[in-house]
Design a protein around this ligand. Structure first.
Ligand SMILES: Nc1ncnc2c1ncn2[C@@H]1O[C@H](COP(=O)(O)OP(=O)(O)OP(=O)(O)O)[C@@H](O)[C@H]1O
Ligand SMILES: [Mg+2]
Length: 345
């Protein structure tokens, strides 16, 4: 049985159900379940090593060699909704990547070809997927570079990646990711490597690009304030499990899982109702994230949790609240001793 809610078919663009990933006998992700609707922006947060990137890579069919995935990943946008992407071949996945779904990574240089002019790289993603004939793709590439806020886009199109700044390169990557109007965009720390001043602009461009296309977005970040700005819903991950989920404002103002409570307490979320605090003296979560495969059984967080008791040696059930208790959009958490009182059930 899944520890998380089952996913009902609806407007979802992405449905992930009971996704587990392992490196040989070392489990890395456990029964990860969530869905993202058209037009919805969902954040995925958690400390380093919690499994955020692996979740994204499993969805994209880009897991490193040696890792195996089980469960279900289904995309409804422009692909038969019934296909489990974990079971389709690499050629079919390559057709989906850059077309129905695309991804923006932290470091733009890794996504760009250093020997190719950036305009040609934006055009190429359209000609490879045959969404535009070659003649139109070049012109469309310049339009896309303009849409991501690059001044003098015709000039930028003729530049090589090394001639651009980090922020400009990330805009080019975004133009490539949006070129074929994907139904799903996954961003993994897309602005972490950028200057703070550039960050806000790039985040704004990402949100605008998603809104214009009515696409779905999974946004991975360490930064809770960024999630609060960009996303409507948030998934909190620890030890390769989703431990809490729900609307951003509710989860950050009233975290139930003790891990989420620690993350929120350690963040500067000034400006979010109910979570205002001074920047000075932010508490930290005690201890460190264990290496993969070394998380305790039962509640994965219990080795660091001040509230843990004997019952935490057993797996906490997924407790839902809110309007759609059985749905994947419900507010839910998996904690035996939740903040704000005992479990409601
Ligand atoms: N190829 C691999 N083989 C074995 N273990 C791996 C592999 N890739 C990742 N892991 C382990 O899986 C766990 C989750 O890694 P993941 O990269 O998803 O974390 P993350 O949440 O994205 O962290 P960060 O915030 O640092 O990017 C980590 O313990 C990591 O060491
Ligand atoms: Mg990562």
């Amino acid at each position: 049985m899944s520890a998380q809610p089952s996913v009902a078919p609806d407007r979802s663009v992405l449905r992930v159900e009971d996704l587990s990933v392992a490196a040989g006998s070392t489990p890395l992700l456990h029964e990860v379940t969530f869905a993202i609707d058209r037009g919805e922006r969902v954040g995925l947060i958690g400390e380093s090593g919690s499994g955020k990137s692996l979740t994204a890579l499993a969805v994209m069919g880009l897991l490193p060699e040696g890792l195996g995935a089980t469960g279900e990943v289904r995309l409804s946008a422009r692909s038969p909704a019934t296909r489990n992407l974990l079971e389709v071949g690499e050629r079919a996945m390559a057709r989906l990547r850059g077309d129905s779904m695309s991804m923006v990574f932290q470091e733009p240089m890794t996504a760009l070809n250093p020997t190719m002019r950036v305009g040609a790289q934006v055009a190429e993603v359209m000609t490879i997927h045959r969404t535009r004939p070659k003649a139109q793709a070049r012109a469309r590439a310049v339009e896309l570079l303009e849409q991501v806020g690059l001044p003098d886009p015709a000039h930028v199109a003729r530049a090589y990646p090394h001639e651009l700044s980090g922020g400009q390169r990330q805009r080019v990557v975004l133009a490539i990711a949006l070129a074929n109007d994907p139904g799903l965009l996954i961003c993994d720390e897309p602005t972490t490597a950028l200057d703070v001043t550039v960050q806000a602009t790039v985040l704004d461009l990402i949100v605008r690009g998603i809104e214009e296309r009515d696409a779905a977005m999974l946004f991975i970040t360490h930064d809770l304030a960024v999630v609060a700005t960009v996303c409507e819903r948030v998934l909190v991950m620890y030890g390769g499990r989703i431990v809490e989920a729900g609307p951003v404002t509710e989860v950050f103002a009233d975290p139930r899982h003790r891990y989420t409570q620690g993350l929120v307490a350690a963040s500067d979320l000034t400006g979010i109702d109910g979570a205002r605090r001074e920047r000075a003296a932010l508490p930290t979560i005690p201890g460190t994230v264990p290496p993969a495969g070394r998380f305790p059984d039962g509640c994965v967080f219990r080795s660091r949790c001040a509230h843990a008791t004997e019952v935490c040696r057993t797996r906490p059930p997924w407790t839902t609240r809110g309007e759609h208790p059985a749905g994947e959009h419900a507010r839910g958490f998996a904690c035996h001793h939740p903040a704000g009182g005992e479990r409601d059930d």
